[in-house]
Design a protein around this ligand. Structure first.
Ligand code: ADP
Length: 632
């Protein structure tokens, strides 16, 4: 018989399994049971619309049996089964689902962690090679007459041949490895071990997991003596985790459930277990991950919760159950009120579903607020992972989710500790009496923003400044418009109104006095800036660039970066500010009569400086350098 080779990736994984020093080899049983349960689900689901399945729900089962003499352990199910081709594609190639995330999470890391990750994710069928040196899979696909046997001893490949099997379903048989000094594989052939593993990992499986166990019972004819009989024992309670009372579930159980089901190597940051009655009756088990999946901020990521109807899954990812801004939440909803064979289209208009979705969104918001107020370090971790999503949420749908999100977003700020965030409420609470607006400044990094001349000016008056480092930040604040009646003002715009009345008067006079200089400078810059004016909001710097109107310098940059973004259309209107108290101004003023040409060049140098400080590029960098050299 021809021996076929595994796909390269499967082969690598197989090698890892076979040679694994992994301590939790026992998870193999959970993986096999979970596959069997999926196969039963598939057939059961089909039975809802296909009369040929003609089988009662109570007949679906998973069986485990052992033969200590032959050292075999079998897991069988009467589910959908696999045909020849399915055996080849499903067991000859690495499955896409879990293992894909596993590979991504593992990129570039060493063997040790690799091995650890295996147990966390589970890599399905292949994990059986951790305890077996040979595996056979006999399967009859539902509706077919020929059964097939797949067999493999690991990395050297596999064979597929016809076999005898009369009922649809699959039987996986493991030839358990011989015991070694470190590992007593024989344990997996004992009833107590199997019972323990099923309770630990597979208790919630909704089909009975049965096994024939020996029991001593008094003899019929002589009650004094005992005899051994084989009895069917159901090993699992079959109650899904979410149907149990929250008080009966340990954190460890929740975490394990989450990690197994959603393929995460880290425990969730927060678990939310809802059992609702009344308007809508449902259970929901929701998890906030501790980190963003690697593809979270890409188009590839699909939000959604699993949808169950009375314990049977009807949809893997129901997007309507969760708003986009909470798209990072994983979990499931189980409601008896939903019809089993409801179609996707119908579901969208289902009133019940909308009620549940609304309640869930509200609950998530409440839980996040609780975390924010009760465990700030945790909330910071959350915000590091998903804060960007919340800010997008503020901006999305023309600000329709403002109310939900404005108190969940945070920003860095000048006055807060390095790396820490501030909520808008906290900013407001710390505002001095004289401060009218909420100030913010934008830039690539916190350090860069801190050095902006405009920021220094506002800071010198004792006002805090929010530091916006994400592209979406300023757009989100603009969408918000105001917070508790306070406007958001970019400190790098000309309408910054922080000077006192006297200061304003004094400045007005000076602007008049130096008018000829300012005009000459504006002329020197051609049409580059809309205006050149004096200011007294700057502390140490000589010049500063601010924008006028709705479009800030930062927004211009963001729009310019967008694919197809034409900066030509979105140009901030710039104003060059001169520090009225800087000696440079006097110098230029004095020079205007004797050497207007030098004033022109110096103006260009100052303008170049201002652009660099604002993070804008220079059109003529080498010429600017030449000018500077000529000064030296
Ligand atoms: P995963 O379960 O993550 O998809 P596995 O390697 O465990 O990966 O299984 C690969 C595929 O083989 C499954 O997706 C399923 O299609 C098929 N399979 C495995 N076990 C069974 C079974 N007992 N009955 C039917 N199909 C099965």
């Amino acid at each position: 018989m021809e021996k076929k080779q595994f796909q390269t990736e499967s082969k690598k994984l197989l090698d890892m399994m076979v040679n694994s020093i992994y301590t939790h080899k026992e998870i193999f049983l959970r993986e096999l049971i979970s596959n069997a349960s999926d196969a039963l689900d598939k057939l059961y689901f089909r039975s809802l619309t296909d009369d040929s399945v003609a089988r009662d729900r109570s007949e679906y089962e998973i069986r485990i049996s052992t033969d200590p003499e032959k050292r075999t352990l079998s897991v069988s199910d009467n589910g959908c089964g696999m045909g020849r081709e399915e055996l080849e594609t499903n067991l000859g190639t690495i499955a896409k689902s879990g293992s894909f995330d596993f590979k991504a999470a593992n990129k570039g890391e060493k063997n040790a962690t690799e091995v650890d990750v295996i147990g966390q994710f589970g890599v399905g069928f292949y994990s059986a090679f951790m305890v077996a040196d040979r595996i056979t899979v006999e399967s009859l696909a539902f509706g077919e007459s020929q059964a097939w046997r797949w067999e493999s001893s690991g990395a050297d490949g596999y064979t597929v041949e016809p076999c005898e099997k009369s009922t649809p379903g699959t039987e996986v048989t493991l030839y358990i490895k011989p015991d070694t000094e470190d590992e007593k594989y024989s344990d997996y052939l004992t009833t107590y071990k199997i019972r323990e593993l099923v309770r630990k990992y597979s208790d919630y499986i909704r089909y009975p997991i049965r096994m024939k166990v020996e029991e001593s019972v008094p003899k019929e004819d002589n009650k004094e003596e005992y005899e051994k009989v084989l009895k069917d024992e159901t090993l699992n309670s079959m109650i899904p985790l979410w149907k149990k009372a929250p008080g009966e579930i340990s954190d460890e159980e929740y975490n394990r459930f989450y990690q197994d089901k959603f393929f995460d190597f880290e425990a969730p940051l927060k678990t939310i277990h809802i059992r609702a009655e009344g308007g809508a009756t449902y259970e929901a088990l929701l998890f906030i991950p501790a980190h963003a999946p690697y593809n979270y901020y890409t188009k590839e990521y699909e939000k959604g919760l699993q949808l169950y109807s009375s314990g049977v899954m009807i949809m893997e990812k129901c997007a309507d159950l969760i708003p986009d801004h909470f798209g990072f939440v994983r979990g499931l909803v189980d409601s008896a009120d939903l019809s089993l064979n409801i179609s996707r289209e119908m579901l969208q208009h289902d009133r019940q579903l909308k009620v549940i979705a609304r309640a869930i969104a509200k609950k998530i918001r409440n839980e996040l607020e609780k975390m924010r107020d009760g465990d700030r370090t945790k909330y910071d971790t959350f915000f590091d992972a998903f804060g960007l999503q919340l800010k997008y949420g503020l901006y999305a749908d023309y600000g329709a989710h403002k109310e939900d999100l404005q108190d969940l977003v945070m920003f860095h700020s000048a006055a807060s500790e390095k790396g820490k965030y501030k909520t808008l409420k906290e900013y407001l609470a710390a505002m001095p009496e004289a401060q009218k607006d909420i100030y913010y400044a934008c830039g690539e990094t916190v350090d860069q923003i801190a050095m902006l001349p405009s920021v220094e000016g506002v800071r010198s008056r004792g006002y805090d400044v929010l530091y916006l480092t994400d592209d979406v930040d300023e757009f989100a604040l603009k969408m918000l418009g105001e917070y508790e009646g306070k406007k958001f003002v970019n400190v790098c715009t000309e309408n910054l109104d922080i000077a006192t009345e006297e200061e304003k008067e004094a400045l007005k006079g000076k602007n008049e006095e130096l008018k000829p200089l300012l005009e000459a400078m504006k002329k020197a810059l051609d049409n580059e800036v809309k205006d050149v004016r004096l200011t007294n909001t700057l502390k140490g710097h000589a010049v500063n660039l601010v924008s006028e109107g709705d479009l800030s310098v930062e927004m211009e940059k963001v729009l310019g970066k967008m694919p197809g973004g034409a900066t030509g259309y979105a140009k901030a209107s710039l104003i060059l500010e001169l520090n009225a108290n800087h000696p440079v101004v006097e110098k230029l003023h004095a020079m205007l009569q004797q050497d207007p040409e030098k004033v022109e060049t110096d103006t260009k140098i100052l303008y170049a400086q201002a652009r660099l400080i604002a993070g804008l590029s220079l059109e003529n960098p080498s010429q600017v350098c030449d000018w500077i050299c000529s000064l030296i």
